[in-house]
Design a protein around this ligand. Structure first.
Ligand SMILES: Nc1nc2c(c(=O)[nH]1)N[C@@H](CNc1ccc(C(=O)N[C@@H](CCC(=O)N[C@@H](CCC(=O)N[C@@H](CCC(=O)O)C(=O)O)C(=O)O)C(=O)O)cc1)CN2
Ligand code: MET
Ligand SMILES: [Zn+2]
Length: 755
C-alpha cells in the first residue's frame, strides 16, 4: 500500500507565484526570475509532501497559469491567432493564449467542473495538426528525480481534454481529433517507458453524463494508450462524483489502477471493489481535497480496513480525493484562528499527513498520538456550542412560504418603480465594483496590520467611493454603484461579518491564473451580527441624487465560494445565509436605497455534475435567493447578476428568481444567450453585458452598438439595460473610463433615435 497525491497547490504560501507572474507581466522581472520562483515552489511543495509521508508525489501538476492550457501546449494545440505557423509555444505565446494581447482575444475561460477554479478552454478546428511538446513534463520529472523523489507524472487524459474543449467551427465534431491527439499521448508514453513507474491520467469526465461517442472515445483511446504504455502503469483518476453508470466503462479501460473519490461518493467503494479486475489496484480518495475539514480518522480507518479486506493491501493506494489545488497550503500559518475551530481543520500539508496516517494505520502501525488528537478534535466539533445556534434554528423553523414570494407581479412593480426612479430608456449602469487600486489594497493591508486606525481606513475608503461616484457622474451613468472599494472580495467580505463563519489570514486558493481567493470557512449556524453594507451605501447615496444600487452577494454564491460545513445539507446552510442577507436587504431598503442588487454569480456553478440532480438543487437554490430578497416593497427594484453565458437549460429557473432586472455576461457569445431568454419568455428586464471585462481592451462605440442592436432583436427596448459583462475590480481606471464613456455614448444615441 502506498500513498500519493493527485496534485498540489501551485500559488505558494505567500502567493509567490502570483507576485512573480504579475511582476513578469509588468516587465519588472525577467523570464529567468519567474522560472526560478516556479522551480523553488515546485521543490518546496514536493518536499512538504515527502516530509508528510507521501510516497509518490505528483509531477507536472505545477502550472504557470493553468494545467488545461499546459495540456494544449503539450499537444501543440496552439490556435493560429496566437502563433502564426508555429506549434511550439514560447512563454510569450503561452501568456498570450491565457490573457490575450491587443487585438488577439485570449482562450475562453470556463469553470473546472463544480469548483471555483477556471481553466482555459482548448479550441479545435478542422485540419488542425498536433505535435507533442513534452519538454515541460520531462523537465519537471528530471527536477523531481534529481531531488531524489519518487515521481508520478500527472496529465489530463485525452477524453476529458477533448470534452472540456470547444469546436471553433460550427458543425465540427471535435472528437474527430481523438486519434490525432491519442497519437501524441502515445509518443509521450513511449518516452516515459522505463523512466517512471506510474503515470496518472486524470479523467474526471468519467463522473459526468456521457454520450455514446464519448464512451466509445474512452474505449478507443485507452486501448491504444495501454498498448503504448510499456512498463509504465497507468493510474486512471476520477474525482468530484461517483462513477455510477460509467463504472463498468472505467474498469474496462483496464488501466493498472483506478482512483475514486470516496469523499463526494463514499457509497461507491464496495461496488468498485467488487468489479475491479484482479490485476487492477484501487486508489482510495479518502481525504477531502475540496474542503478544509480534518479527516474523521476513525471513519476513514474503517473504510480503508473494509477495502483492505476486499482487495488486500497490495492493491491499495491512499490519497486525497482529488488534487489539493482547491485547498490552501498549510494550516500552521493560521495563527489568528480560534484554537477550537482551528483544531477542526486541515490544509494541503496536513491532508498529506492524514493520508500517511491512514496508510500506516491500515498496516497496523497506528500513530496513537495523531489518532487521539483527531478524536478530540472531532468530538469537540460534534458538540461545540460554536456550531449550533438555537436562535438561528428557531428562526429557520418559522420560515413560511409567504416569505419567499413578492406578492405583486413584475409588471405592476415595474410601474411603481418607474414612478420612483424615473429612469430613461436603455438605463446605463455597472455591475458593482470599480478598480481595486493599489492604494485601496494598501490601505486595507495597513489597517489589518494596525498601521492605520479604523477612522483613517474609513476615510480612505470613503475617498475611493467619492472618487468613483464623481467619475460616474462625469460619465453620465444612470444607476450608480459605490464601487466596492471596502470589499477584499465579494464573498470574503460577508464571510468576515457573519456569525458562524470564520476567515483565514493566508488561506489562498487559486481561482484563475494569478488571481486568488480566501474562501471563508462556514463552520456553524450562520447569522448576522449587524448591518454589513448600510453605512457605505448610505454614504455613497449621500453623494448623489441619482439612484445608488445597494450591492449584496446572494446566499447561493456565499455558499458555493466558501468552505462549507459537511455536517448538514448544503441547503440548510444556504437557508441560514439567506435569512442573514434578507435582513441586510431590509436594512438597505429602510435606509432609503431604491435599488438593491443581489449577486448570484455562482448559482450555475453550484449545479450538480449529473443532470438528474439539477432540479432538486435549483429548487432550493432559487428558493434561498427568493427568501433573501422577497421581503422588499414593490417600489424597491431588485437586481441580480450572473457572470456566465450558458443559460440555455436554466432560464425558467432564473425567471423564478423573480428579480426585476438581471445583468448577465453576453459580449463574448455575441448575445447568443438571449435566444434562450426569448424562447422561455423571460419576463423582466435584462442587461446583457455589452463588453468583456476580462481584458484591458477598450470596446469601440461601434462594437457596443452592434451588440445592442443584436439584443434589441430579442428584447423589447423598454426591458433592455446597458452595462458591462461583470464587475470592474480587476481593471485599471483608464480603460474603465474609456470603455464606459463609449457605452454611455451608445445608449444616448439609441435613446435619441427613439425619442
Ligand atoms: N470569491 C470569488 N470568486 C470568484 C470571483 C470573485 O470575485 N470572488 N469572480 C470570478 C473570477 N474569480 C476571481 C477571483 C479573484 C479575483 C481577484 O481579484 N482576487 C484578488 C484578491 C482579492 C483580495 O482578496 N484582496 C485583498 C488582499 C489584497 C492583497 O493582495 N494585499 C496585499 C497587500 C497590498 C499592498 O500592500 O499593496 C497582500 O496581502 O500582500 C484585499 O483587497 O484586501 C487577487 O488575486 O489579486 C478576481 C476574480 C469567479 N469566482
Ligand atoms: C463575479 S460577479 C461580481 C459582482 C460584483 N458586484 C462586482 O461587480 O464585482
Ligand atoms: Zn460577475
Amino acid at each position: 500500500m502506498f500513498t500519493h497525491t493527485l496534485g498540489f497547490p501551485r500559488i505558494g504560501q505567500q502567493r509567490e507565484l502570483k507576485k512573480s507572474l504579475e511582476a513578469y507581466w509588468k516587465g519588472e522581472i525577467a523570464e529567468a526570475d519567474l522560472q526560478a520562483t516556479a522551480r523553488e515552489l515546485r521543490e518546496r511543495h514536493w518536499r512538504l509532501q515527502q516530509q508528510a509521508g507521501i510516497d509518490f508525489v505528483a509531477v507536472n501538476d505545477f502550472s504557470l497559469y493553468d494545467h488545461v492550457l499546459d495540456t494544449s501546449v503539450m499537444l501543440g494545440a496552439v490556435p493560429p491567432r496566437f502563433a502564426v505557423g508555429s506549434t511550439s509555444a514560447t512563454l510569450a505565446i503561452y501568456f498570450r493564449m491565457a490573457r490575450g494581447e491587443a487585438a488577439i482575444a485570449p482562450l475562453e475561460m470556463s469553470k473546472w467542473f463544480d469548483t471555483n477554479y477556471h481553466y482555459l478552454v482548448p479550441e479545435f478546428s478542422r485540419g488542425q495538426q498536433f505535435s507533442l511538446q513534452p519538454q515541460k513534463l520531462l523537465e519537471e520529472l528530471a527536477e523531481a528525480e534529481k531531488l531524489g523523489l519518487r515521481a508520478k507524472p500527472v496529465l489530463l487524459g485525452p477524453v476529458t481534454y477533448l470534452k472540456l474543449g470547444k469546436s471553433v467551427e460550427p458543425g465540427f465534431d471535435r472528437f474527430a481529433h481523438l486519434d490525432a491527439i491519442v497519437a501524441e499521448y502515445e509518443k509521450l508514453l513511449r518516452k516515459l517507458d522505463g523512466k517512471v513507474q506510474w503515470l496518472q491520467l486524470d479523467e474526471p469526465a468519467l463522473v459526468l453524463d456521457l454520450s455514446e461517442t464519448e464512451r466509445d472515445a474512452y474505449e478507443h483511446a485507452y486501448r491504444r494508450l495501454r498498448a503504448a504504455a510499456g512498463q509504465t502503469k497507468i493510474l486512471l483518476a476520477t474525482y468530484f462524483e461517483a462513477l455510477r453508470d460509467n463504472l463498468e466503462l472505467a474498469i474496462s479501460l483496464e488501466t493498472s489502477a483506478l482512483h475514486i473519490d470516496l469523499v463526494r461518493a463514499p457509497g461507491q467503494l464496495q461496488e468498485v471493489a467488487r468489479r475491479l479486475r484482479p490485476h487492477q489496484s484501487l486508489s482510495l480518495g479518502i481525504v477531502d481535497g475540496r474542503n478544509i475539514w480534518r479527516v474523521d480518522a476513525t471513519a476513514a480507518m474503517a473504510t480503508v480496513q473494509a477495502a483492505r479486506q476486499w482487495l488486500g493491501s497490495d492493491r491499495l493506494m491512499i490519497a486525497p480525493s482529488c488534487s489539493l489545488l482547491h485547498v490552501p497550503i498549510d494550516l500552521s500559518f493560521e495563527t489568528q484562528l480560534d484554537p477550537e475551530i482551528r483544531s477542526w481543520l486541515a490544509f494541503a500539508r496536513q491532508k498529506c499527513q492524514e493520508v500517511k496516517f491512514l496508510a500506516d494505520a491500515a498496516e497496523q502501525k497506528i500513530d496513537t498520538v495523531f489518532l487521539a488528537e483527531n478524536r478530540v478534535a472531532w468530538s469537540s466539533r460534534r458538540s461545540s456550542v460554536r456550531v449550533t445556534n438555537p436562535s438561528v434554528r428557531q428562526r429557520t423553523e418559522k420560515i413560511t412560504a409567504a416569505m419567499s414570494h413578492r406578492t405583486t407581479p413584475y409588471t405592476e412593480r415595474k410601474v411603481k418603480q418607474q414612478a420612483r426612479l424615473k429612469l430613461p430608456l436603455f438605463p446605463t449602469t455597472t455591475i458593482g465594483s470599480f478598480p481595486q487600486t493599489t492604494e485601496i489594497r494598501k490601505a486595507r493591508s495597513e489597517f489589518n496590520a494596525r498601521k492605520i486606525t479604523r477612522e483613517q481606513y474609513v476615510a480612505l475608503m470613503q475617498e475611493s467611493i467619492r472618487l468613483s461616484v464623481d467619475r460616474q457622474h462625469e460619465l453620465g451613468l444612470d444607476v450608480l454603484v459605490h464601487g466596492e472599494a471596502e470589499r477584499n472580495d465579494m464573498v470574503e467580505y460577508f464571510g468576515q461579518q457573519l456569525e458562524g463563519i470564520c476567515f483565514t489570514q493566508q488561506g489562498w486558493v487559486q481561482s484563475y491564473g494569478s488571481r486568488c481567493v480566501k474562501p471563508p470557512v462556514i463552520y456553524g449556524d450562520v447569522s448576522r451580527r449587524e448591518p454589513m453594507t448600510v453605512g457605505w451605501t448610505r454614504y455613497a447615496q449621500s453623494l448623489t441624487s441619482k439612484p445608488m444600487k445597494g450591492m449584496l452577494t446572494g446566499p447561493v454564491t456565499i455558499l458555493c465560494w466558501s468552505f462549507v460545513r459537511d455536517d448538514q445539507p448544503r441547503r440548510d446552510t444556504c437557508q441560514q445565509i439567506a435569512l442573514a442577507i434578507r435582513d441586510e436587504v431590509s436594512d438597505l431598503e429602510h435606509a432609503g436605497i431604491g435599488i438593491i442588487q443581489v449577486d448570484e454569480a455562482a448559482l450555475r456553478e453550484g449545479l450538480p455534475l449529473r443532470k438528474a440532480e439539477w432540479d432538486d438543487y435549483l429548487a432550493w437554490a432559487v428558493e434561498c435567493f427568493r427568501l433573501s430578497t422577497s421581503g422588499i416593497a414593490d417600489e424597491t427594484q431588485l437586481h441580480t447578476h450572473m457572470c456566465y453565458s450558458e443559460f440555455n437549460d436554466i432560464v425558467p429557473w432564473i425567471a423564478q428568481m423573480d428579480a426585476d432586472v438581471i445583468s448577465v455576461e453576453a459580449s463574448r457569445s455575441r448575445m447568443e444567450l438571449l435566444e434562450a431568454f426569448e424562447r422561455f419568455k423571460y419576463p423582466s428586464d435584462i442587461g446583457p453585458g455589452v463588453y468583456d471585462i476580462h481584458s484591458p481592451r477598450v470596446p469601440s462605440a461601434a462594437e457596443i452598438e452592434s451588440l445592442l442592436t443584436l439584443a434589441l432583436e430579442v428584447i423589447p427596448a423598454e426591458r433592455l439595460w446597458v452595462n458591462p459583462d461583470c464587475g470592474l475590480k480587476t481593471r485599471g481606471w483608464p480603460e474603465t473610463m474609456a470603455s464606459l464613456r463609449n457605452m454611455v455614448e451608445v445608449a444616448r444615441q439609441m435613446r435619441a433615435l427613439r425619442a
